[in-house]
Design a protein around this ligand. Structure first.
Ligand code: HSE
Length: 351
């Protein structure tokens, strides 16, 4: 495996350079000195691969500012000094990096192309940090087992609530606490649309803005039909409750049927419509659902507006523990990848 000239230098390969990949690159570029000073974390990005906008390779480290400028100005990396003809898979196979940061477009049905990228990276000895929900949904047990067998880490904090640490809160900070359920708002796009409609904006315009702001999936159908919230409910069931669950087993209703009249009618009753996701152990049975609900204005979830998300964990020792924060966005989700990279550094940095 490569490790570069310095033992503690992390060589990173980015596959996917959309909102989230660029968000990570921006943070890494701006925080390089602080990361070294605060965490002893030193890195080079040795490759960046995209599906249709070209790829970069430079074992000495790509200048992230120039890569961001290139794609920002020209919409492509092909004119950059480090441009290469190699595609994502050959770069992953080429042992150019010790960590893959996978942020390609999510396909909840097949998990591809992210699933193959992640499987190939783990198989070849790379750690993986990823915000891609498809591979977690389709193949979490397989990928976890593969990582464990190889002594590697596969981390995906950003799949739920972007950089707001929902999974790390439940798994690490609440270690020792029994968690029996989780309930909240886990999709930024739909919460942004519902909030905007309440202010009088039309559905189409609100969806357009959510796309412009980088909250929506490449195909926003997944957001508005509740699939994105459903996959997060599935991940919460698998990761937090330790219950195997398939995406199709999550009961799901999206927001496409919500009209301005529904919003006004909820308001007249002192309530607000929110797309609520819930997973709960109910006796011996696991209940998982996503559905629009009228939430009373007095309830804390009613005050969560725009692309913000909120999640309450139902625990034995602490009762209800709630986390509120950004649920979508490029830099916000890039932050989740940084959290995962620093976790890798703590776990494997001196190895
Ligand atoms: N499309 C997702 C959302 C992105 O709106 O919440 C974050 O997972």
């Amino acid at each position: 495996m490569t490790g570069g000239a310095f033992k503690d230098m992390w060589d990173l390969g980015l596959v996917g350079f959309g909102n989230v990949g660029k968000g990570l690159a921006k943070i890494l570029d701006e925080e390089r000195d602080a990361l070294r000073r605060r965490y002893g974390f030193e890195f080079r990005v040795t490759f960046i691969a995209t599906g249709s906008r070209g790829s970069l390779l430079n074992p000495a480290g790509i200048d992230l500012g120039s890569a961001l400028a290139e794609v920002g100005e020209k919409g492509s990396l092909r004119g950059h000094a480090d441009a290469t003809d190699k595609d994502a898979l050959s770069l992953i196979r080429g042992r150019h990096a010790r960590v893959l940061a996978e942020t390609t477009v999510t396909d909840l049905r097949t998990g591809e192309p992210g699933l193959t990228h992640i499987r190939t990276a783990l198989d070849g000895g790379m750690h993986v940090v990823s915000t891609n929900k498809g591979p977690v949904s389709v193949a979490l047990p397989e990928l976890t087992a593969l990582a464990e067998a190889k002594g590697l880490s596969y981390l995906f904090e950003g799949v739920v609530m972007s950089g707001t640490p929902a999974l790390n809160l439940a798994r690490d900070a609440l270690a020792g606490c029994g968690i029996n359920g989780a309930r909240g708002i886990v999709n930024g796009t739909t919460n942004y649309i519902l909030s905007s409609m309440e202010e009088g904006m039309g559905y189409g315009e609100a969806l357009g803005k959510a796309q412009e702001l980088g909250y929506a999936e490449a195909d926003p159908t997944g957001d508005v039909e509740g699939w994105d919230a459903a996959v997060k409910a599935q991940v919460l069931a698998m990761v937090v409750l330790g219950e195997p669950l398939r995406l199709e087993e999550v009961e799901r209703v999206g927001i496409t049927g919500i009209t301005p009249e529904d919003i006004a009618s909820a308001r007249a009753k002192g309530a607000r419509i929110k797309l609520i996701a819930e997973v709960r152990r109910d006796g011996g049975r696991l209940a998982a659902r996503v559905t629009p609900e009228e939430v009373p204005m007095t309830h804390p979830l009613a005050g969560v507006m725009g692309a913000a998300n909120a999640l309450t964990f139902y625990t034995d020792h602490l009762g209800e523990v709630t986390i509120v924060g950004p649920g979508a966005g490029g830099v916000e989700t890039g932050q989740a990848l940084l959290t995962d990279l620093l976790a890798l550094h703590r776990r494997h940095g001196k190895a």
